[in-house]
Design a binder for this molecule. Structure first.
Ligand SMILES: NC(=O)c1ccc[n+]([C@@H]2O[C@H](COP(=O)([O-])OP(=O)(O)OC[C@H]3O[C@@H](n4cnc5c(N)ncnc54)[C@H](O)[C@@H]3O)[C@@H](O)[C@H]2O)c1
Length: 261
């Protein structure tokens, strides 16, 4: 893909899960990456593994000072900023019983922190010839899920923020899109339990069209496409990279209408 080599990216939530897999793909594609996460040990290990093209900056999205320090570090170490990947999230919630502070905590990370990061990154991004922001949504932002109230609301909100940001920043040549990933395969120790890992694998088997979990690399390639020059007229979009998970209706993958003729 064109327009990627040597570009500088910040990846929030890049120390574990989908974010870490994406960071590996980004460095392999020639990007310089600043990993922004609260997980210090994992973040530093990842940066050590990937060498000088990757650094870790401990960043709590709930702290304005941390956001300022993150952007200053990207500027000092890599002399600029081209791409912002807003991957970090919190899944913490108690559904209907979530307290007011519980609602605040999750919105603070999933939405407010990323909104503030976009605001603070602007003075850096305007100097890039190819500035691009990719936010992360979820099928959870489109459907009802038993026991989940907060996380889905943050994901619906980040899609709307993507459209607002795309319009507001278009004049400055900054594109803003979102990716809606499907069910990502993670190392088993990153799931809450073995039972949770099996349940997610079973969902992928039944409800996405390729009947398997997807890889972080498959999401990273779509994210790189959105930042590449090939996507220069794409902004304000939410791209489902989910093996058809959100396209599949209640009829599932079975044929319910008999063949005719
Ligand atoms: N895993 C999936 O199947 C899936 C499906 C759809 C969408 N998504 C989206 O993909 C993204 C990554 O999901 P994941 O499952 O890999 O998540 P994860 O929980 O494995 O990783 C999230 C990362 O965010 C970091 N983080 C949490 N709080 C933070 C804070 N205050 N400041 C900075 N970093 C913080 C965590 O330390 C962690 O490294 C999320 O935006 C999620 O909504 C994931």
């Amino acid at each position: 893909m064109e327009g990627l080599t040597g570009k500088v990216a910040v990846v929030t939530g890049g120390a574990s899960g989908l974010g870490a897999g994406m960071v590996r793909s980004f460095v392999a594609a020639g990007l310089k990456v600043v990993v922004a996460d609260v997980l210090e040990r994992q973040g530093r290990l990842l940066a050590d593994e990937l060498g000088p093209a990757c650094i870790f900056q401990r960043t709590d999205l709930r702290s304005d000072e941390d956001l300022d320090a993150l952007l200053a570090t990207a500027q000092q170490r890599f002399a600029g900023l081209d791409f912002l990947f807003n991957v970090a999230c919190s899944y913490a919630e108690e559904g209907l019983q979530t307290s007011r502070s519980g609602w605040h905590q999750v919105f603070d990370i999933n939405l407010f922190g990323h909104a503030l990061l976009i605001q603070k990154a602007l003075p850096y991004l305007v100097h890039s010839q190819a500035a691009s922001i990719v936010n992360f949504s979820s099928a959870s932002g489109h459907i009802a899920q038993m026991g989940r109230w907060v996380y889905p609301a943050t994901k619906a909100a980040i899609e709307q923020m993507t459209r607002s940001a795309a319009l507001e920043l278009a004049d400055q040549g900054i594109r803003v899109n979102a990716i809606l990933p499907g069910l990502i395969g993670k190392p088993s120790h990153e799931y809450a339990s073995e039972e949770a890992a099996q349940r997610i694998a079973g969902l992928a088997d039944r409800f996405n069209m390729f009947s398997r979990l997807q890889t972080a690399e498959e999401v990273a390639e779509a994210a790189l496409f959105l930042c590449s020059s090939h996507a220069r007229f794409i902004t304000g979009a939410c791209l489902a990279v989910d093996g058809g998970y959100t396209a599949l209706g209640p009829q599932g993958k079975e044929r319910h209408v008999p063949r005719r003729g």
